[in-house]
Design a protein around this ligand. Structure first.
Ligand code: ADP
Ligand code: MG
Length: 348
């Protein structure tokens, strides 16, 4: 069988890194993105610029590819569903429908019998005022939030009166967890009971944006096994195909909570490019394209630092050691809080 041409919806850094990984194994990629400056076009074989509900552009994209995947979860469900009727979309659009909505996502995690933070739905300002048992907490939009966007901290009951929610939007309120640390587990599922699971990654966030990640995570063996097992069960229950990430909190009493699921490759897994024989990106492509599953092994311990906003300027002209790997996402404009690149340092 000749290798398929893979369509990727979304053209940011994840799309770029997916395209680069595909190139390595001789798979051609076409990026479809609603940003004409999408950085991933620098790394893919072809690019279609169009809105995610523009039927003509969607058709142009579908014509060029054999199957479709995506780099972010906030794609309209109808778009994915329509594409899936013509060309296979993996992971399945139905999975996205659950995970792109923070309430459905948390309900699903609880149905799996895994612990989450205490949460509730909030529809308007009047309802918000009644949520005193969630202080301190966080209010988040149910859809379209990422990197802390659409999130507001609630430090005292007064904040419940001050915050003005957008009309017609759905929100989730969560109790704040005073966590000891955050970890993530990345799993690539190839089909029924067929996985490669990366070891847990320890993550530090600043202003709700990932700042750095490292392996090994400093956690107990019990947490290590439990987090890997939960990630495996989540991917199996969803009948997922491809790479998925589960983000966890660990509290001061060593309780494990699922924070959220990302139905895609994940920023905390960037270090797998240089520290494993097969990265989360290559495994995603292998799984969705139906290629053979290969044993995935860690080669080095590693640390990844996200370069956010102006950080990138310090690195563009820097000389690097042989164990340092710098990635510039080639985004046209530097903006505060924008992920511009990353650096991975492996322990050789
Ligand atoms: P995003 O989709 O933006 O990644 P998250 O829900 O993962 O949204 O929130 C981003 C970060 O904010 C988390 O990784 C964590 O550091 C912090 N955070 C979010 N929710 C909570 C919570 N309920 N308690 C404590 N910290 C939280
Ligand atoms: Mg998150």
């Amino acid at each position: 069988m000749s290798k398929p041409v893979l369509g990727i919806i979304g053209g940011g850094q994840l799309g770029s890194l997916l395209s680069s990984a595909a190139k390595k194994i001789n798979i051609k990629t076409v990026i479809f993105c609603d940003d004409k400056d999408a950085p991933a076009q620098n790394f893919s074989d072809d690019f279609v610029f169009g809105k995610y509900n523009d039927e003509e552009k969607i058709n142009e994209f579908i014509e060029k590819v054999d199957l479709v995947t995506f780099e972010f979860e906030n794609i309209p469900f109808n778009t994915l569903n329509k594409i899936n009727q013509v060309k296979k979309v993996l992971p399945k659009p139905g999975i996205n429908k659950i995970i792109q909505h923070r309430l459905y996502e948390k309900d699903f995690i609880n149905k799996c019998n895994f612990r989450t933070v205490l949460y509730d739905s909030v529809k308007n300002n009047t309802e918000l005022k009644t949520k005193k048992n969630f202080v301190p907490g966080i209010i988040k939009t149910c859809t379209f939030g990422y990197d802390g966007k659409g999130q507001y901290k609630i430090n005292s009951a007064k904040d419940l009166d001050k915050i003005n929610l957008g009309k017609g939007k759905e929100y989730i309120i969560e109790k704040f967890v005073n966590f000891k640390k955050e970890i993530s587990v990345i799993v690539t599922r190839f089909g029924i009971q067929k996985y490669e699971i990366y070891e847990p990654i320890e993550n530090v966030h600043e202003d709700q944006i990932l700042k750095n990640s490292k392996i090994p995570a400093e956690i107990s063996n019990e947490i290590l096994n439990k987090s890997k097992n939960w990630a495996k069960i989540i991917s199996e229950t969803l009948d997922y195909v491809g790479t998925l990430c589960v983000e966890f909190f660990i509290d001061k009493k060593d309780n494990l909570y699922v924070n959220e699921i990302a139905p895609r490759v994940h920023n905390s897994g960037h270090l797998t490019i240089n520290s494993y024989n097969i990265s989360q990106f290559e495994n995603h492509i292998r799984a969705v394209c139906g290629l053979e599953k290969k044993e995935t092994k860690k080669l080095f311990n590693a640390k990844m630092i996200n370069l956010i906003g102006n950080d990138i300027l310090l690195y563009r002209n820097k000389k690097f050691l042989s164990n340092e790997f710098f990635f510039d996402y080639l985004k046209k404009e530097i903006k505060p809080k924008r992920k511009m690149g990353h650096l991975t340092i492996v322990e050789k």
